[in-house]
Design a protein around this ligand. Structure first.
Ligand code: 13P
Ligand code: SF4
Length: 297
């Protein structure tokens, strides 16, 4: 039996749900029940009836699924898959900073550690952050950990005062601006599309900025345009017409997202290993801001 069939059989036998982020390897996206951006996957994991979930993504995604559905068994297909940005800030510096402001909310990107989530007023993803922040009554927004997504939102929501710290996604931060400029100068009508985790210089060169699912919809709505997509290369799988793409010399790859293999998915399902287990107190404290995200999004 080939590995696809092994996984499908195990999945049926155990009535499990396989979720995969758009940055996962192609074969993982093929085997998943649902593929999506962080918010969509969080919603599916919360609303699904399945008691067993295999998450193909990075650790904060599995943790968020477990916090939203504490009675479900959530397995992370590859235990080593983590998001470097999630652990860049320390909660004490945020608590201290919060003391300097009165009318303040701590808004935390879902790409964050559990500890950061426990001190947050609300969690956001790149596809719902603007909607949620506009609904908050507070004037001052401590936005953590991503300074790039934070500065993008600060530009859009001018009636709030954003306080940013120094977290960032190394994959989006290190896109070569000179190469992007050079491609833009060669192709007059090129549409440059990027994720808001990119820095301002890259965002300023882009026609469209959005979450992974928003990027995919935008690109698939474009007709026969020269296109340069500046986010992790896993999204390419969802583009319906692949004829008009430009690529950077070096592919944009999140090594952690690419760690998950079909063997990982099979073995995780078979042995029900890599269970996401979270201390009750942490679940209680981080659940509130995550539920609030789902209420406000
Ligand atoms: P999306 O929520 O847009 O899928 O982004 C997740 C992520 O990790 C981007 O680097
Ligand atoms: Fe984290 Fe960046 Fe990888 Fe997304 S692409 S999971 S933000 S390291």
């Amino acid at each position: 039996m080939n590995i696809y069939n092994e996984i499908l059989n195990l999945k049926d036998k155990k009535n499990a749900l396989i979720l995969a982020h758009y940055y996962q390897n192609k074969e993982i996206q093929d085997i998943a029940d649902y593929v999506g951006d962080s918010y969509y996957l969080s919603r599916i994991s919360k609303e699904s009836k399945n008691k067993l979930i295999v998450f193909c993504g990075v650790d904060f995604m599995g943790e968020s699924a477990k916090i939203l559905s504490p009675t479900k068994k959530v397995l992370l297909a590859n235990r080593e898959a983590t998001c470097p940005m999630a652990n860049m800030l320390n909660i004490n510096e945020i608590l201290k900073l919060k003391e300097d402001y009165k009318d303040v909310a701590v808004v935390t990107y879902i790409n964050s550690s559990l500890e950061l989530k426990t001190i947050s007023d609300v969690i956001v993803t790149s596809s719902n952050a603007e909607t949620i922040i506009r609904k908050l009554p507070e004037k001052n927004i401590i936005f953590i950990p991503d300074r790039n997504l934070g500065s993008y939102l600060a530009e859009k929501i001018s009636d709030k005062n954003f306080i940013l710290l120094d977290g960032y996604c190394p994959i989006h931060e290190h896109i070569d601006i000179n190469e992007v400029k050079s491609i833009k100068s060669k192709f007059n009508n090129i549409k440059i599309v990027c994720h808001p985790e990119c820095n301002k210089k890259i965002r300023d060169l882009s026609e469209f900025i959005g979450s992974t699912s928003e990027i995919i919809s935008y690109v698939n709505d474009l007709k026969k345009n020269e296109i340069l997509v500046l986010t992790e290369n896993g999204v390419n799988k969802s583009f319906t017409d692949k004829n008009y793409y430009h690529k950077l010399k070096k592919d944009i790859v999140c090594a952690d997202m690419k760690k998950t293999t079909l063997e990982d998915v099979r073995d995780t399902l078979l042995f029900e290993k890599n269970e996401v287990e979270i201390d009750n107190d942490l679940v209680k404290k981080s659940r509130k801001p995550l539920i609030r995200m789902h209420e406000l999004a």
